[in-house]
Design a protein around this ligand. Structure first.
Ligand SMILES: Cc1cc2nc3c(=O)[nH]c(=O)nc-3n(C[C@H](O)[C@H](O)[C@H](O)COP(=O)(O)O)c2cc1C
Length: 245
């Protein structure tokens, strides 16, 4: 197996960091990897915020569902799906144009997320761990004020980086579903109840209280939780401007 594949297969989220800074050249390499990622029409419909200010990190830790490790990260990047960049170019050039729509927004999200994942892999190659923070989509109003966001600019993900502690290095990577449940040939089909049960049981390898109890606890903790409700409220507000007149 080559080094890149080995890194992709072994990579896991890192949420506790050694107390040492990431050198400037490593930060530059991580950011360069993001920017070299492909983007739709080479438009780069994203903007990356490099959060250097410690107070900002601490506010982000609170606004992102109270996750204190965010404030301890040595590098914090917010990836904005940015449909404003080209809108402004169209306005400045005084060409006939329109407002960004849902398709433009989804392409901007793709651009931003692909750039984000490239920075994750670059960091991994340098021995620097990372963790995505999806909760950055919550609290639109406060987030907008904190980061100076504008219409058509959506914080689609946040990444926090740092050198992993020994405990994090030794932590066992969470198992994935067997590929046959995730990779289908040619056309989509729903998994049957039996397949769904087996998929979860196999992944959990007997370490859970059984299908019903596991799914019940998971559903309560993730899907029906207060943070999920806030994520949906805030996201609906971001999305509205992309289709409402
Ligand atoms: C879109 C996205 C959002 C995530 N948000 C969070 C988060 O807010 N907090 C957190 O601790 N981990 C977050 N994660 C990390 C996942 O929990 C993690 O990737 C998953 O459990 C698999 O574990 P692994 O990355 O260690 O393999 C997020 C991951 C993704 C891809």
């Amino acid at each position: 197996m080559n080094d890149l594949l080995a890194a992709l297969y072994s990579r896991k989220s890192v949420r506790a960091y050694e107390d040492r800074a990431i050198p400037a050249d490593a930060v530059e390499s991580i950011l360069r990897a993001a920017i070299e990622a492909p983007s739709a029409g080479n438009q780069q419909q994203y903007t990356i915020l490099d959060i250097e200010d410690q107070e900002l990190k601490e506010r982000l830790a609170v606004l992102c569902d109270n996750q204190p490790f965010i404030a301890k990260a040595k590098l914090v990047l917010v990836f904005l799906a940015d449909c404003r960049k080209w809108l402004r170019a169209y306005e400045f050039a005084k060409v006939e144009h329109r407002r960004p729509g849902p398709g433009d927004f989804l392409l901007a999200c793709e651009d931003a997320l692909i750039a984000a994942q490239s920075s994750v892999i670059a960091a991994e190659s340098l021995g620097i761990g990372s963790c995505y923070i999806g909760d950055v989509l919550e609290n639109r109003e406060a987030m907008g004020e904190l980061l100076g966001l504008k219409d058509y600019v959506v914080p689609i993900c946040m990444l926090v980086f740092g050198y992993p502690t020994r405990q994090q290095l030794e932590r066992i990577k969470p198992r994935r579903f067997a590929p046959k449940y995730t990779i289908l040939k040619n056309a989509y089909r729903e998994l049957s109840e039996e397949e769904t049960r087996t998929m979860l049981d196999e992944r959990n390898a007997g370490a859970d209280p059984g299908f019903e109890a596991f799914v019940d606890a998971f559903c309560k903790r993730k899907y029906m939780s207060a943070f999920a409700a806030e994520l949906n409220r805030s996201s609906q507000d971001y999305l509205r401007e992309f289709w409402e007149e």
